[in-house]
Design a protein around this ligand. Structure first.
Ligand SMILES: NC(=O)c1ccc[n+]([C@@H]2O[C@H](COP(=O)([O-])OP(=O)(O)OC[C@H]3O[C@@H](n4cnc5c(N)ncnc54)[C@H](OP(=O)(O)O)[C@@H]3O)[C@@H](O)[C@H]2O)c1
Length: 243
């Protein structure tokens, strides 16, 4: 591997926005590791992109499994020695939207936070030593406009009535983690940003209006930021969103 080649890793990349993020990064000639909790699915998805001439490889990574995270970090260290871009894309939505906030199960809350917050923290901490070896590390946390407390408190906001608390608040917490990690890394070459992909038509959001190409743009934009770009922010297609 040429050491000047940028290396990226995208979690939850077997389908949806994650898979398209891999495609766009690889099309920008970033060597991109397509991470999936099912190695078979990840390998198959990577094979299709490789067949288009794109620099993609697969890896097994379940962001809720410490052993899987450690093995993936060791594999990236052995294969590439460093990591330039980490896109924390894996996410779940487990609330029952037919129920009010106080009726969501504690099981749904716990499982949601396991993936959408603790999985991101664990994966990031494990890969941070490799990101520190990059000349320009970039961490992108795939959040959601639904995590915005400002919008949720505004009766005129389009999301005002969409109160699915486990999912929404897991993204609020992810935004908080983004601000805290960006502060810790403020004097390093690593930038940390949260993004909202938009309402994108995927398995998670069958009623989404945006296509995947548009849905991946916010992640890719923050992944490819130059040194003048922001850190510790929350944006959609480059526009700042309220916390
Ligand atoms: N779609 C939208 O409108 C929208 C809006 C705002 C934010 N987002 C965020 O965008 C991200 C991608 O969403 P999407 O719409 O593309 O959803 P999706 O089609 O449901 O894809 C989710 C991906 O996450 C993976 N995943 C789930 N749990 C995982 C775990 N523990 N470890 C590793 N991978 C895991 C899934 O893998 P499997 O294939 O193994 O299940 C799948 O590849 C999520 O963080 C979501 O919250 C989406």
């Amino acid at each position: 591997m040429n050491t000047t080649t940028k290396i990226a890793l995208v979690t939850g990349a077997t389908r949806g926005i994650g898979l398209e993020t891999v495609r766009q990064l690889a099309a920008a000639r970033v060597h991109t590791v397509l991470a999936g909790r099912d190695l078979g699915k990840a390998t198959e998805a990577a094979r299709k992109l490789q067949a288009q001439g794109l620099p993609v490889e697969a890896i097994q990574l379940d962001t809720t499994d410490d052993a899987s995270i450690a093995a993936a970090a060791a594999a990236i260290a052995a294969r590439h020695g460093h990591l330039d871009i980490l896109v924390n894309n894996a996410g779940v939505l487990l609330d029952n939207d037919a129920k009010v906030p106080s009726e969501q199960t504690l099981d749904a809350w716990r499982k949601t936070f396991d993936t959408n917050l603790f999985g991101v923290v664990a994966t990031t901490v494990a890969l941070l030593p490799l990101l520190r070896k990059s000349a320009a590390g970039r961490i992108v946390n795939v959040s959601s406009g639904l995590g915005s407390l400002t919008l949720h408190s505004d009766p005129h906001s389009s999301i005002y009535s969409y109160k699915i608390p486990a999912y929404n608040i897991s993204k609020t917490a992810l935004n908080g983690w983004t601000v805290h990690l960006a502060y810790e890394l403020r004097n390093t070459a690593i930038k940390v940003n949260a993004i909202h992909p938009g309402s994108v038509k995927t398995e998670m959001n069958t009623g989404g209006s945006l296509d995947l190409a548009t849905g991946a743009k916010s992640s890719v934009g923050m992944a490819l930021l130059d040194e003048t770009g922001p850190t510790g922010g929350f944006t959609h297609l480059g526009e700042v969103l309220p916390w």
